[in-house]
Design a protein around this ligand. Structure first.
Ligand SMILES: [Fe+2]
Length: 268
């Protein structure tokens, strides 16, 4: 299966960016951060780029800027259904183009490199993001973000159980990173790492997922931690800041788990 993988396009509303070429692919995978504060336009963009072929979209934090998460996800579900795009939002396995996809924004547990019992205050999330639910309608706090992360991880833990996981390629797509080594090395021991990544080694290092695609980071990675899952990102970056970004990157997913082609520091 050939996946066309892109993320963090950060395209401008008044001068949208589109790939200059459309490679041969079986499914387009967009790992978030296409437009700021406009999740429906991000999904429409995904459909336009896919041009009638299967497409998978995961919202990034930028899609939620200045918005309420729950409201945007309702809009996203309607728009994705209309455009024929598969929206991943922590709902479990979705069959697309012969593969099985799961994931969502993922957010973060805000715990990496924090003192015991503390979580990072989420000022690194950029513009304010709101949440609502029974009895609440307010600015998101760290515990709201961590709670959303926990809920998504609970689903992944359940559906990756060998007794229920489907046969065939299992691909997880998240906006936030599942592993510290996705980040540039100088951040591995820094408190700010918690704004971008969580330690999900119990999911990535056991081989239950063939490929884990993520975004939200400033560089391209393609590596396999331990004996586990291939972790890959292909972010364009704000202001086209990632020189290793490949606008027509095709990732072949086959069984068994493919061997890595280069290490976690590739592109830097
Ligand atoms: Fe992001």
């Amino acid at each position: 299966m050939r996946l066309w993988v892109l993320s963090d396009l950060h395209t401008a509303p008044d001068a949208p960016w589109f790939p200059s070429v459309r490679p041969e692919f079986d499914a387009l995978v967009i790992a978030g951060d296409v437009y700021d504060s406009d999740i429906e336009r991000s999904i429409l963009w995904t459909a336009q780029v896919a041009d009638g072929r299967p497409a998978v979209f995961v919202p990034g934090n930028h899609e939620f800027w200045g918005r309420t998460i729950e409201d945007e996800l309702e809009r996203a579900e309607r728009r994705a259904q209309k455009e024929g795009v598969t929206l991943l939002n922590g709902q479990g396995w979705m069959a697309v183009a012969g593969g099985h996809f799961a994931g969502g924004t993922l957010w973060t547990d805000l715990e990496l490199n924090q003192p015991a019992g503390h979580i990072l205050y989420p000022r690194e999330f950029g513009d304010p993001i709101d949440v609502r639910g029974p009895g609440i309608d307010r600015r998101a706090k760290g515990r709201d973000i961590a709670r959303r992360h926990r809920a998504e991880v609970d689903v992944l833990e359940a559906i990756l159980d060998p007794d229920v996981a489907p046969e065939g390629p299992r691909i997880v797509v998240t906006h936030y990173a599942p592993h510290i080594e996705v980040l540039p090395r100088h951040l591995w021991d820094q408190p700010s790492a918690a704004a971008s990544a969580s330690d999900l080694g119990h999911l990535t290092d056991v081989g239950a997922v063939h490929l884990w695609i993520c975004g939200h980071i400033p560089r391209s990675v393609d590596f396999v931690p331990g004996y586990g899952t291939r972790i890959l990102s292909n972010p364009r970056g704000e202001n086209d800041s990632n020189p290793a970004f490949a606008e027509s990157l095709i990732v072949e997913v086959d069984e068994p788990i493919p061997t890595p082609s280069f290490g976690p520091n590739a592109g830097r």
